[in-house]
Design a protein around this ligand. Structure first.
Ligand code: FAD
Length: 364
């Protein structure tokens, strides 16, 4: 059986859910496809900066933050470039505080907000995408297919469909995160978000709304094996500021994930666009991933709505979207180069050498 939609969105993370909701709110028929049946697994990526507040307000989603699941975040403390801690106090930010999210709840609430506007959620695997003259035909497991004029790839870093449609994912560097959620010690009352560099990369730690503590080391891909073989804990215990937060009895379950910045060689093509991490992924240092997922989800929907209303051409959609994403990417790279370049204590280490060299190469 074939069902007709205006837009099929592949990926029901923050980018896909926001795009779906905006399109459906404006009367469009939208299918949101995700291969995950349930969003119950804890995932990394929980820090939402204050700048998200006006964006959530504009999307009519700020009320999702009025619940006990998320905690306000008032400041970041970072030891970067020198041993002391610098404070970035959100109370001086015109947008107020940021948040530490319960990511499972946040992502689920965004999908629910989309469903409330009439979006059809389909939790099945996509088996094939065919590009026809005027539409895409998306075949899903179970023998059904979906027809739509527009396709949005919001499948996260895998950019699963944009790559099938010819785009290439270009990585800035080989940054990986090795992380663990731990039960904090009873003495740990520290609510700060802490960042601290070390010879092999940089550490991030914060308390999460469920009261667990996250420790995450961001390091080079070549150092992951050593990290898993015991260096992770040795490095954490060797930090100046985080070490006091490490529980005495501690055998962490380590997870590894790719964490570096990346981009697609093209952000869209004939009646398709990529949104969120699928288009542009960010080093977690920038805390920009979720913001960009929400923003790009909104932006793709705005432009597709204009095209569907006959106000702009399909080519203009891709041009306008791509030039906005290029601007975002240029600002991001300039900041990254500045930030990584300001840590000069371990210039001989493999991590800092690679990181600075790669970012400079991309920024030129
Ligand atoms: C170590 C680390 C730390 C981070 N910390 C932060 C942070 O503190 N703050 C922040 O703002 N950002 C952070 N991020 C980034 C943030 O998590 C992402 O930017 C954000 O999740 C992107 O949202 P998205 O909707 O684009 O993609 P995702 O959230 O990745 O969603 C993609 C969806 O697509 C689905 N999917 C994938 N493939 C298919 C397929 N073939 N068919 C159907 N569905 C598919 C997946 O199931 C998933 O639901 C961090 C990232 C990393 C790696």
């Amino acid at each position: 059986m074939t069902k007709d939609f205006d837009v099929v969105i592949i990926g029901g993370g923050p980018a896909g859910a926001v795009a779906a909701r905006e399109l459906a709110k404006n009367g469009r028929r939208v299918a949101l496809l995700d291969k995950q049946k349930e969003r119950s697994r804890q995932r990394i990526g929980e820090s939402l900066p204050p700048a998200a507040r006006p964006l959530l307000r504009r999307l009519g989603l700020l009320e999702l933050m009025n619940c006990d699941a998320h905690r306000p975040a008032f400041a970041n403390f970072s030891s970067w470039g020198h041993g002391a801690l610098d404070v970035h106090d959100f109370l001086q930010d015109p947008n107020g505080h940021g948040w530490h999210l319960d990511r499972v709840r946040f992502d689920a609430d965004l999908v629910k907000a989309a469903l409330d506007q009439g979006v059809v959620l389909i939790t099945r695997e996509v088996s094939r995408v065919e590009e026809k003259e005027l539409e895409f035909v998306v075949s899903i497991s179970g023998g059904e297919s979906l027809k739509a004029r527009w396709l949005i790839d919001a499948s996260g870093r895998s950019a699963a469909f944009a790559r099938k449609l010819g785009a290439v994912r270009v990585r800035d560097d080989r940054l990986m995160a090795i992380y663990a959620w731990v039960q904090p010690s009873s003495r740990d009352r520290d609510a700060r978000t802490l960042i601290e560099t070390c010879a092999d990369g940089w550490w991030y730690s914060s308390r999460l709304p469920d009261s667990s503590r996250l420790f995450s080391l961001h390091t080079d891909r070549a150092l992951v094996k050593e990290g898993l073989d015991g260096k992770w804990l040795e490095s954490l215990r060797g930090t100046r500021h985080l070490k006091s937060l490490v529980p005495r009895k501690f055998s962490p379950e380590l997870h590894v994930v790719e964490a570096g910045g990346s981009r697609l060689s093209q952000f869209g093509g004939k009646r398709w666009l990529a949104a969120g991490d699928a288009a542009l992924a960010f080093d977690p240092l920038s805390s920009q991933g979720l913001f960009n997922a929400l923003y790009s989800g909104m932006k793709v929907s705005e432009l597709i709505l204009k095209e569907l209303a006959g106000e702009i051409s399909t080519e203009e959609v891709v041009e306008q979207y791509s030039s906005r994403l290029e601007e975002i990417r240029a600002i991001y790279l300039a900041r990254q180069t500045l930030y990584y370049g300001s840590e000069k204590r371990w210039e001989d280490s493999q991590f800092w050498n690679e990181q600075n060299r790669n970012l400079k190469a991309v920024a030129i």
